[in-house]
Ligand binder design. Structure first.
Ligand code: NAD
Length: 360
């Protein structure tokens, strides 16, 4: 059995437990009348039988997991449903789904009666290996993504690997974006563990639960030191600056995690130019991404477009972006750089070089 984690948080500590099957994961709920279930509609369709002990016993709301669902309008719909169900201050919402359902339920739980409890059963690689801890939520004020947010820890997280059997391949690949990132943010053994796991079965390898725990452990080390995002937590943005810019420039067609993988390759290539990232480490990650992630970018952004995209990032201060740059395995530094024509020229060189993913 995979050893549970206990996450220390300013609000309360919460356990993360690991299960192979859904039925094992849902035995925790117990006999209480104050439970409500909010579930991703696709997950409910695909796992109806396994989820019956919950959905058959408690009021259940199935939500289409779109970016519209995690908007203020979506929050209003959920609040209305909670009121209709006479949900009280001591109620607990069980959220079942990926990051989209997590954001909706976490944010709504934070504001309903100034805070009710929620428990999370993440169902995607991204939510199991990264977003389920850290307490963050992001709600869209369309068209602005994740414009509003709150920090509201769950009471518990139960990871059931069985959910991933039905997750589409592109979602599995995208979920790895954060695993690859976390593999170099802390433990020096994690990158090697991931390389061996991928070599032994590709993305859906038999060690995925072990990788999931290793990712959460790596993130735990960071968020327990710095829950509220000062310098330390910024290392979690590794790969995200150019990744976010690419996502925006593609109209969000490039899945988040794949954009992060591309962003890792770009910042590592710049890091080599800046004399920070060792070339062999850049090449090691480049080869890993090129080998296991087969993706064709729908757009081919220019350096100027990317720099412009990065300039909209909330980590920009006084015309400088604070880039997370890899200095060694397990060692990421925060490097402030002017967003100017020098950066554009360096980036042009990187874009003309050898980057992962084919371009149009
Ligand atoms: P998601 O929740 O958007 O779901 C993606 C798709 O996969 C949906 O169609 C969903 O129905 C489907 N799906 C989910 N689980 C499935 C399963 N087991 N089988 C089959 N289909 C399944 O995916 P995500 O990548 O987990 O989340 C992305 C969202 O999370 C974004 O809105 C992002 O902003 C947010 N996010 C939040 C945090 C945070 O810390 N709060 C961190 C990262 C991302």
């Amino acid at each position: 059995m995979t050893e549970p984690l206990l996450i220390r948080s300013a609000q309360w500590d919460y356990p993360v437990t690991f299960h192979s099957t859904i039925s094992d994961g849902i035995t925790f709920v117990g006999d209480t009348s104050e439970v409500l279930v909010v579930v991703d509609a696709n997950v409910l369709d695909l796992h109806e039988q396994a989820l019956k002990p919950l959905t058959g016993a408690f009021p259940t709301l199935a939500v289409d997991p779109t970016e519209e669902a995690k908007s203020l309008a979506g929050v209003t719909t959920l609040v209305q449903w909670l009121i209709d169900q006479r949900a009280v201050r001591s109620a607990t919402i069980i959220a079942i789904g990926g990051g989209c359902i997590q954001d909706l339920v976490s944010f709504t739980s934070h504001i309903y009666y100034r805070g009710i409890n929620w428990v999370f059963l993440p169902t995607t690689v991204l939510s199991q290996s990264d977003s389920c801890i850290g307490a963050k939520s992001g709600i869209n004020v369309l068209p602005f993504k994740n414009q509003l947010g709150a920090l509201h820890s769950p009471k518990a997280v139960h990871i059931c690997q069985e959910f991933l059997q039905t997750l589409p391949d592109v979602e599995v690949a995208s979920g790895y974006g954060e695993i690859v990132k976390l593999s170099v943010t802390s433990s020096r053994h994690f990158l090697g563990l991931m390389e061996r796991a991928l070599a032994d079965g590709g993305l859906r390898n038999a060690h995925l639960l072990e990788l999931t725990r290793a990712s959460l452990f790596a993130k735990q080390e960071i968020i327990e030191e710095d829950e509220y995002e000062s310098d330390l937590r910024r290392v979690l943005n590794f790969g995200h600056s150019f990744g976010h810019a690419l996502e925006g420039l593609s109209g969000h067609e490039v899945p988040h995690g794949l954009a992060v993988l591309w962003g890792i390759d770009v910042i590592n290539s710049l890091g080599v130019m800046w004399g920070i990232t060792p070339a062999p480490l850049r090449n090691r990650l480049h080869d890993l991404i090129a080998t296991y992630f087969d993706y064709s970018l729908p757009v081919s952004p220019t350096a100027d477009e990317l720099v412009d995209g990065v300039s909209r990032d909330k980590k920009v201060a006084h015309g400088r972006m604070h880039f997370a740059v890899l200095r060694a395995e397990g060692d990421i530094i925060i490097e402030p750089r002017e967003l100017n024509s020098d950066l554009s020229s360096q980036l042009t060189e990187v874009l003309e070089g050898d980057l992962v993913f084919t371009r149009p």
